[in-house]
Ligand binder design. Structure first.
Ligand SMILES: [Zn+2]
Length: 113
């Protein structure tokens, strides 16, 4: 399942941070998820709960921040919002779009103690 490997990736980031600056446990994790990242939020939360069990991040609060999709349209040469991959440009109806934001997921910040 895709979301389990995402959750493992998040845990790897947390563990790397811990090696750099020692802390006891993670209180909360802020995650940015792009609208176009193709992440199933419910599945990801479930996966994180499972993967975080008995680790430094066990019981951490998860805060999700949704990032809107953005694309550049080559037809009308402008930056446009894009809710879904494969949709037409909201400005001109063209399909020559290059997604340039909102297509990834990242750990924005960690609250630790
Ligand atoms: Zn356009």
């Amino acid at each position: 399942m895709h979301e389990i490997s995402l959750a493992e990736g998040i845990l790897a980031i947390i563990e790397r941070q811990r090696r750099e600056g020692d802390f006891g446990c993670v209180k909360s994790v802020q995650l940015e998820i792009g609208q176009l990242a193709g992440v199933e939020v419910e599945a990801l939360l479930f996966g994180m709960k499972a993967v975080f069990r008995d680790t430094v991040a066990d019981g951490a609060e998860i805060e999700l921040i949704s990032v809107g999709g953005q694309a550049f349209c080559f037809d009308c040469e402008s930056q446009v919002p894009l809710a879904k991959r494969g949709e037409a440009c909201p400005g001109c109806g063209g399909y020559r779009l290059h997604v340039n934001d909102g297509d990834q997921m990242r750990v924005k910040s960690l609250e630790v103690e």
